[in-house]
Design a protein around this ligand. Structure first.
Ligand code: ATP
Length: 200
């Protein structure tokens, strides 16, 4: 089975792209989704986070206050690295288990926002980067999350820059056009991955 790692900057369109591949029947293993599951009360990630960050990071219901945690780690790179060191091994183990359970299929997509920033290149056979100019990221982030320019700058500064990400790519999909265009590009890539999986 071919494992395609999907990555891209914030609001580049990873989720939108994943949905389009999923609609073609491709299994998507989403690192963010796994991370959220592992951070629910009682789960291994939750325990690690509370141990390190303390109960101040919880809301009144005892759940992780994601907005607070995000603000804290984006303001302090050392804390961000710490959080990643706590969670990533758990996330990668869960991803490996999910892939192993997929059975005999041509290919799957592992959506990993920090694929380039973290040490997981060897977990995938190809890297697919969804690429947009920064101006598009700003526009979509403002529209979707209502973030201001400072907030967006902080997040972008914590991620790889566009060039570094593109250098790591085997395949690039540009998402600066319409959704219909994106759909056509996904269909072309889907055919390519089906072809590559038979050549493996
Ligand atoms: P995050 O990094 O926050 O997880 P993401 O990379 O998954 O984001 P999406 O949520 O897929 O990005 O897209 C960001 C926003 O841009 C969404 O509101 C989405 O609907 C919109 N969007 C994505 N692609 C397009 C497109 N081609 N045309 C118009 N809007 C788009």
């Amino acid at each position: 089975m071919l494992r395609v790692g999907l990555t891209g900057g914030i609001a580049s369109g990873k989720t939108t792209l994943s949905r389009l591949f999923a609609a073609l029947g491709v299994p998507i293993i989403d690192a963010d989704e796994i991370s959220r599951r592992l951070s629910k009360p009682g789960q291994a990630g939750y325990k690690r986070i509370v141990e390190h960050f303390g109960k101040d990071i919880l809301n009144a219901d005892g759940e992780l206050d994601r907005v607070k945690l995000r603000a804290q780690v984006f303001a302090d790179p050392a804390q961000r690295r710490r959080l990643e060191a706590l969670l990533h091994p758990l996330i990668f183990a869960a991803m490996d288990d999910t892939v192993a359970a997929l059975g005999n299929i041509p290919y799957c997509i592992l959506a990993i926002p920090l694929l380039v920033e973290t040490d997981c290149r060897q977990r995938v056979d190809r890297v697919l980067v969804v690429d947009v100019p920064e101006a598009v990221q700003y526009r979509r982030l403002q529209a979707r999350d209502g973030l201001n320019d400072d907030g967006i700058r902080q997040i972008l500064a914590a991620q790889s820059d566009r060039q570094t990400r593109l250098q790591a790519a085997d395949d690039v999909i540009h998402n600066d056009g319409s959704l219909a265009e994106l759909e056509r590009r996904v269909e072309r890539l889907h055919q390519r991955y089906l072809h590559l999986s038979t050549a493996e």
